[in-house]
Design a protein around this ligand. Structure first.
Ligand SMILES: CC(C)=CCC/C(C)=C/CC/C(C)=C/CC/C(C)=C/[C@@H]1[C@@H](COP(=O)(O)OP(=O)(O)O)[C@]1(C)CC/C=C(\C)CC/C=C(\C)CCC=C(C)C
Length: 601
């Protein structure tokens, strides 16, 4: 019947495309849609003449009773639709699996690549050149190898082009970003093909095929065709992403706006000589991403929905805050911790000594960082986007770290019989002051990056309202953080629960340090979470004033963290099975939170 091929689409390709669209819709950016449309256009125009030639040469045929009728250059409408829908499905899967990956960290050049990587790239090129030569020979010879030859002659040059430009990048990308989006749709299309060929929806003529089946009636050539086309789509997507990563990572090479690049900018980015990449920046970004992934699952997930340069700068800001906090927290003695604060202050003094902040990449700053900080922390200081950030919140953050140190006034910063005598969080005002210093500052710094990178420029009045709200939201997040970490903090002789709250329950901070999991602590945790959600409620609606292009991601960042508070409330505490200091929200729940937020925007 004439609807056989149509029914293949109705049963197998359209529902899958629909499902992927439904799941991905909230995450799709304008850039995702543009690159998918361009790739569909390229796939269509590159496949049409080739397919048309195959049909006219009689390599494959469509029984008239399996197709509806209309053709373009001899290619049936259903087949034309196949070019589009296959490219769409594979592109959507690629986009979905690549969302968590920050592509900047995979930029590389010859010098940065190991001998093995260089060998793999050359081997790939040789394989593709060889594939083309074998294909040409098979076509010239004719007979059983014709169809395979035509596939190789057609696919290898496109693959060689993308591989030669983006090979190092593709090799560096994780397995889930490249191999999965090639293999999953290939396997799916193999199954569909097996069903379609089994039903005679299309057929390969016996004189032009090798006659070998991979399994069932799936011909070797068909299996290779689907593998090759999906690889071409994924390589094409990766080539776009490499260009975009170059634009986003190296503002000095592309000073203008990188949000909606022109085709000319994209081509320039593809063609820029990788030897010109600032690899110290790429390596610093790699270190920052790895730090974020290890230390904060909530912000790591949230970071994946931020666009381009804003995402990079937020991750660099995170890296700075994390490194500074860890240097102080992990010091063996109070004196060493104070030394770190002094050195960090020196760093800020140097950067902000003139009216305008100097770039952290300034030679003087670089040499100061190299002289004073451990190698593993240097990139976090050198790459902080200081030109986009005011100095006050950074200095204030350091004041917050000083408050942490006032717990160890006895000189006994660890386990032992002597517990601290002073507890700096005496009441709610102290708690709020502490949260303002360590978290409101972070909220404000995030906002300055948002103001810089957003397409929409806000009036200074609106900016002031937003900054105030971000500071209030900082309190909320910090209270959740303290509520989660009561036992972890007690292990470091620290109690951030206000001493007057403890007194109301007949407790002292020492009682918390000795028994942080006692039942009464749950009342105090509940009280702190109530305060957190009050602060959250006071500032959440102001987030609607954020520019549309950054609003969704910012809300995701906040909601992912507040979800920790919701879980703590539901479970009445930190499950004893959870790793100390780690988020208590399962990954699937965090993804759902992000998805819901973005769907509602
Ligand atoms: C998406 C993305 C990459 C965001 C990065 C956000 C960022 C720069 C966070 C810095 C975190 C950090 C290490 C700060 C040092 C001080 C500190 C420890 C603060 C606590 C953070 C908890 O982080 P984590 O759980 O990893 O740390 P520990 O396990 O406790 O060691 C804080 C709880 C502060 C977090 C506060 C914010 C991110 C500010 C929130 C406010 C906004 C995002 C603004 C919202 C805007 C409006 C208009 C309301």
């Amino acid at each position: 019947m004439a609807y056989d091929y149509v029914s293949v689409h109705l049963k197998f390709t359209i529902p899958l495309a629909g499902l992927l669209t439904l799941v991905l819709r909230p995450l799709l950016t304008k850039y995702d849609l543009i690159k998918t449309s361009i790739l569909i256009f390229i796939a269509f125009t590159a496949t049409l003449p080739w397919d048309s030639y195959l049909i006219r040469r009689g390599v494959w045929t469509y029984p008239p009773d399996a197709i509806v009728g209309p053709r373009l250059c001899s290619v049936p409408a259903e087949e034309l639709f196949f070019f589009v829908i296959q490219t769409y499905i594979t592109s959507m899967l690629y986009i979905m699996l690549n969302k968590p990956a920050l592509h900047s960290q995979y930029l590389t050049n010859r010098k940065d690549s190991s001998a093995t990587v260089r060998w793999v790239k050359r081997f790939g090129q040789a394989l593709l050149v060889g594939g083309f030569a074998v294909g040409a020979a098979l076509v010239r010879k004719g007979g059983g190898g014709t169809y395979l030859g035509l596939i190789l002659v057609w696919a290898c040059p496109f693959a060689l082009l993308t591989w030669s430009f983006s090979g190092y990048f593709i090799i560096r990308l994780p397995f889930t970003c490249v191999v999965m989006p090639i293999l999953l749709p290939t396997l799916y299309l193999w199954v569909v093909d097996e069903l379609a060929l089994g039903r005679g929806t299309w057929s390969i003529e016996s004189g032009t095929k090798l006659g070998k089946c991979v399994w069932g009636s799936l011909e070797l050539e068909e299996a290779i065709f689907f593998l090759a086309t999906n690889a071409l789509i994924v390589f094409g997507m990766a080539a776009f992403d490499r260009a975009m990563a170059v634009l986003n990572t190296f503002p000095e090479l592309f000073p203008g706006d990188s949000r909606t690049p022109t085709p000319r900018q994209l081509i320039q980015a593809v063609l820029v000589d990788p030897a010109k990449y600032r690899m110290d920046r790429v390596v610093g970004i790699r270190e920052a991403v790895s730090r974020l992934r290890r230390k904060s699952r909530s912000f790591y997930l949230a970071s994946s929905v931020f666009p381009g340069r804003l995402r990079i700068d937020l991750i660099l800001l995170y890296a700075f805050c994390r490194v500074a906090d860890d240097l102080v927290d992990e010091s063996r003695t109070e004196t060493v911790a104070h030394d770190w604060i002094t050195k960090l202050t020196g760093y800020l003094d140097l950067v902000y000594s003139s009216n305008d902040a100097v770039a952290a990449s300034d030679a003087k700053v670089q040499s100061y960082v190299e002289k004073n900080f451990p190698a593993s922390t240097q990139s976090a200081l050198k790459l902080l986007p200081t030109k986009l950030l005011p100095s006050e919140p950074l200095y204030e953050l350091l004041e917050g770290f000083k408050m942490d140190l006032s717990f160890s006034q006895t000189g006994n910063n660890g386990k032992g019989p002597h517990l601290p005598e002073k507890y700096p969080i005496r009441n709610e005002d102290d708690l709020q002051l502490y949260a303002s210093r360590v978290a409101s500052t972070v909220g404000e710094l995030c906002l300055w990056l948002v103001f810089h990178h957003s397409k929409t420029k806000l009036s200074s009045d609106k900016q002031a309202v937003l900054v105030q709200a971000s500071r209030t939201m900082g309190h909320a997040l910090q209270y959740v953080n303290i509520a989660r970490d009561i036992a972890v903090d007690a292990g470091m002789d620290r109690v951030y629960l206000p001493t007057n709250w403890l007194k109301e329950e007949g407790l002292t901070p020492r009682d918390i340090i000795k028994a942080p999991r006692q039942a009464i602590v749950e009342n105090l945790r509940g009280r702190l979470l109530d305060a957190a959600f009050e602060e959250y409620a006071r500032s959440r609606s102001t987030m609607d004033m954020l520019p549309k292009d950054v609003r969704g991601p910012m809300i995701v960042a906040v909601e992912s963290y507040m979800e920790i508070g919701r879980v703590l409330r539901e479970k009445k505490g930190v499950p004893s099975s959870s790793r100390p200091g780690r988020a208590t929200v399962p990954r699937s729940r965090r993804i759902l939170v992000a998805w819901k937020v973005l769907s509602s925007q």
